[in-house]
Design a protein around this ligand. Structure first.
Ligand SMILES: Cc1ncc(COP(=O)(O)O)c(C=O)c1O
Length: 410
């Protein structure tokens, strides 16, 4: 059968995408997802260890989330935007209940980058200051504001000039932060663990020190938990590990339960105050739509009731230990393994090795990908529902792939 999907990509999306995926052995057509697994058009089963870059924390099509969305679909999929929305009110309340105490008012949107845009605007509004401090290697999305605070030139330079008044400093370096922070800074945006930067875990205490420095100069702390939030690192939110309450917390990806696109940012009452007088300063037609909100509401219920953060902590520890075993066996191929919970990075000895590892794993029915800002790192972000049996399967196939790479003489 002619692969018309590939043809459509070539003719109507971008010829390079199809070619690149073909080169990497990833030009399969996805047709179905269920729990830990993704299936292609020829019926091949893949363990999804990428999980849509962190979106499928609950697995594919979690039944409780799918049912909540189906019920809403039959009633009112999108909001008329004139009356009150029950779905939005429930999701906003629920988010305030499960996020660190003090975070209360939220704005709902459709993606991570939109949530970051809203957080940056809100920080300027609340502080009446202009500048932002962001981290080298950080990733916050690809709209102008989010791209401006992201930390990789490759994605920024072709679209320059970016937003003015952004200072990029090394991630994890508290002295660097102290040296640039003053009363002109509106906010410091930081991922608790850099995801796309290559799963970079900062020293313990780093978030607390950022909190203290921000308090000292009146800058807002913006925690971007688009990737680390919703149980991924073994806590509902990664800032909880250091008992830190940011002024603004940014979420997306898993927030929509792996069923709907959904983003949000939630802030303290102090930060939100300017919106009390001007509630329509920041708005979105589709943001906070009922389908996304019931998905998020149910996703939060599932996260807590099904103990997924705890499972992420346990399975993450086990996976990391097994990966360390492989690293000891193949020290010339694997340079490092690191991470927290089920946000795990495996550093290969070169970009080429990482690419080859990806295609060897795809052949063996395991989906992984490298991190956007650091292509030597293969990330493993399986659904938080993963069990030991599946971790063992992944490790077996990884071992097989490494053996094959050795045979190639790599
Ligand atoms: C930490 C972080 N922030 C923001 C984003 C942007 O999210 P989106 O792709 O939904 O715009 C991402 C995406 O990978 C991310 O990892």
């Amino acid at each position: 059968m002619k692969n018309y999907v590939k043809e459509n990509y070539r003719s109507y999306i971008n010829p390079s995408v199809g070619r690149l995926l073909e080169f990497m052995g990833m030009d399969h057509v996805e047709v179905r997802g269920e729990g830990m697994y993704l299936y292609d058009s020829v019926g091949k089963e893949y363990i999804d260890c990428l999980g849509g870059y962190g979106t499928f924390a609950f697995g594919h099509r979690h039944p409780r989330i799918v049912n909540a969305v189906k019920r809403q679909l039959d009633e009112l999929p999108l909001s008329g935007k004139v009356f009150l929305s029950r779905a939005l009110s429930n999701a906003a309340r629920h988010l305030a209940m499960i996020t660190p105490q003090g975070l209360r008012y939220s704005f709902w949107c459709n993606s991570g980058t939109e949530a970051v845009e809203g957080a940056l605007k809100t920080a300027r509004l609340a502080t009446r200051r202009e500048r932002f401090v962001a981290m080298k290697g950080g990733f916050h999305g690809k709209t102008f504001g989010a791209l401006s605070v992201s930390g990789r030139d490759l994605y920024r330079i072709p679209f320059a000039p970016m937003l003015d008044e952004i200072i990029h400093i090394p991630f994890g370096d508290i002295d660097a932060l102290e040296s640039v922070l003053d009363e002109t800074v509106a906010g410091v945006i930081v991922e608790p663990i850099q995801g796309e930067g290559g799963v970079v875990v900062p020293p313990y205490g780093y978030l607390r020190e950022i909190r203290a420095l921000c308090d000292r100069c009146g800058a807002l702390m913006i925690a971007d938990e688009v990737q680390t939030g919703m149980g991924r690192t073994g806590r509902a939110f990664a800032v909880e590990r250091e008992d830190v309450v940011p002024d603004i917390l940014v979420l997306a990806k898993a927030l929509g339960g792996g069923v709907m696109p959904c983003g949000a940012f939630i802030a303290t009452e102090d930060v939100w105050r300017p919106y009390f007088d001007h509630p329509f300063l920041h708005t979105s037609t589709f943001g906070g739509n009922p389908l996304a909100c019931v998905a998020a509401d149910m996703a939060m219920t599932v996260l807590i009731e099904e103990g997924l953060a705890e499972n992420a902590a346990n399975m993450g520890e086990y996976l990391l230990k097994r990966l360390q075993g492989l690293m000891a066996e193949y020290p010339d191929l694997i340079r490092d393994v690191r991470g927290r919970g089920l946000l795990i990075g495996m550093e290969l000895s070169s970009e080429g090795h990482a690419g080859l590892m990806m295609s060897e794993l795809i052949k063996r029915g395991v989906i992984v990908a490298y991190t956007l800002n650091n292509p030597t790192i293969i990330r493993l972000e399986p659904p938080l529902i993963i069990q030991r049996k599946e971790v063992d399967m992944v490790i077996d196939r990884l071992g097989d792939a490494l053996l094959q790479m050795k045979k190639y003489g790599i």
